[in-house]
Design a protein around this ligand. Structure first.
Ligand SMILES: [Zn+2]
Length: 298
């Protein structure tokens, strides 16, 4: 039985699992990410989790996959755009390979999500899967016949920074009106507040208020669903995936799969929309599962 270790390196917690060849999680370990203590301590923390998991797995020596927000440079292997800022610019893969004395694979969390859902989640058996994160940020990943497509510059699937409305709010990436500024949870909250909504309501509260008949919240939801349709139609027109799998906190909005889907159909370049738009199966475990699945099962 071939075992793999997956590590989900987040800003506040680091989670590790041991996965068997059949995709079952045998052992799990969560520790806080020592972000304030700097780069070397974060790597030591990962090393500790790997040692702990391997001891539980009877001393097995497992390949390690890491999922983390941000992107690895295709040129230098260094991490870009990480929200754990002490990781930015660091050759984390090379340094972990030295520390763990084995090859390490690393991918961003949206790519890990897409891989997990394509291999044995909602998109299982679909040839082309676009995995979408709709949470505090918006990301995406592309899996074709079980293979992650990273692209020349490791930006394949990054639809969150397509410009949706050029006169929209400024994004952290420096551009204006990116998809993320509208379709993230904070994006919905900002749009609602900017159109006369109550200050301080978060996305979940806005969805609830709309369901209860609040007209201002409902108009924000209508704009959200229309933007979801426009933004996703751009991806479908180019990639034409068999399935789109939604993850992240906003993927719990049931209306995305009914009304949201109708908006996608209106904007896509076809007279019907056959693309499946599906909720994820693995929930919060998708990232860590996909990190382990950066290594093949066999
Ligand atoms: Zn952006």
């Amino acid at each position: 039985m071939k075992l793999r270790i997956g590590i989900d390196l987040g800003g506040t917690k680091t989670e590790g699992i041991v996965m068997d060849a059949g995709g079952a999680i045998l052992f799990r370990e969560r520790r806080p990410t020592p972000a304030a203590q700097g780069y070397a301590v974060i790597l030591d923390n990962i090393h500790g989790i790997v040692r702990h998991l391997e001891a539980q797995a009877g001393g097995a020596h497992c390949p390690v996959g890491i999922g983390t927000p941000g992107a690895t440079s295709a040129v230098t292997g260094a991490l870009k755009n990480s929200n754990t800022t002490c990781l930015i610019g660091k050759p984390i893969r090379d340094d972990l390979e030295k520390l763990l004395e084995r090859p390490v694979r690393i991918a961003n969390d949206a790519n890990c999500f897409a891989l997990s859902e394509a291999l044995d989640g909602a998109g299982m058996n679909e040839p082309v899967v676009f995995g979408v994160i709709l949470g505090t940020g918006v990301g995406g990943g592309i899996v074709v016949n079980g293979q992650l497509i990273e692209g020349l510059q490791h930006i394949a699937g990054e639809w969150g920074h397509n410009v949706l409305e050029a006169d929209g709010p400024q994004c952290y990436c420096g551009r204006f009106g990116c998809v993320e500024t509208f379709l993230s949870g904070p994006g919905l909250a900002r749009d609602y507040a900017a159109h006369g909504g109550k200050a301080g309501l978060d996305a979940r509260a806005i969805v609830t208020a709309a369901a209860a008949g609040d007209a201002v919240a409902e108009s924000a939801m209508q704009r959200y669903l229309d933007r979801f349709g426009r933004a996703l139609a751009v991806v479908i027109n180019i990639l034409d995936p068999h399935a789109v799998v939604l993850g992240g906190g906003m993927s719990n909005i049931a209306r995305l799969y009914t009304e949201g889907r109708e908006h996608v159909a209106r904007y896509v370049f076809n007279d019907e929309l056959r693309t499946k738009i599906l909720p994820n199966v693995h929930g919060d475990s998708s990232g860590v599962r996909g990190a382990a699945q950066l290594w093949p099962a066999g």
